[in-house]
Each structure stands twice: as C-alpha cells, then as structure tokens.
Design a binder for this molecule. Structure first.
Ligand code: F3S
Length: 69
C-alpha cells in the first residue's frame, strides 16, 4: 500500500524561517516576504515522503501540516 501525502503551510503560523525550503525545495515556495507555501496543490510526489516529514519536524512555528490521504 502506498500512502499518499499532501502538505499544507498555515500562512497564519509561518514566520519565514525557510527551513522547509532548505530541507525540501521541491515541496515549498517562498513569497516575496520569505513566507512559505506548498508547491502546486501540495501533493507530495513519490520519493519525497521522508523530506516532507523532515520539513514538518523542523518548522519552528509548527506551521506545516502533512495530510495522509
Ligand atoms: Fe514558514 Fe516554517 Fe517554512 S516558519 S518558511 S513553514 S520552516
């Protein structure tokens, strides 16, 4: 069974620490203020599951949600 993951950044919590972008550049984009949002619709491509959990664990603001679908 392959679990499918989706990532979401809560814009109210994100303070622009950018650790997510450093750890998983494929999954996050930064806006002009340095705040992150998920790339595309947030679907985590196969093979990037470890990176998304790592990014979530390293966000100091606990702004990253990973949804298992
Ligand atoms: Fe924001 Fe956390 Fe990334 S504060 S820029 S979601 S590491």
């Amino acid at each position: 069974m392959t679990e499918r993951l989706r990532v979401h950044v809560d814009p109210d919590k994100c303070q622009g620490h950018a650790r997510c972008k450093a750890l998983a550049p494929e999954l996050f984009e930064l806006d002009e203020y340095g705040n992150a949002h998920e790339a595309g619709d947030g679907t985590v491509p196969p093979g990037l599951e470890d990176k998304v959990w790592l990014a979530k664990a390293n966000c100091p603001e606990i702004a990253i949600d990973v949804i298992e679908e």
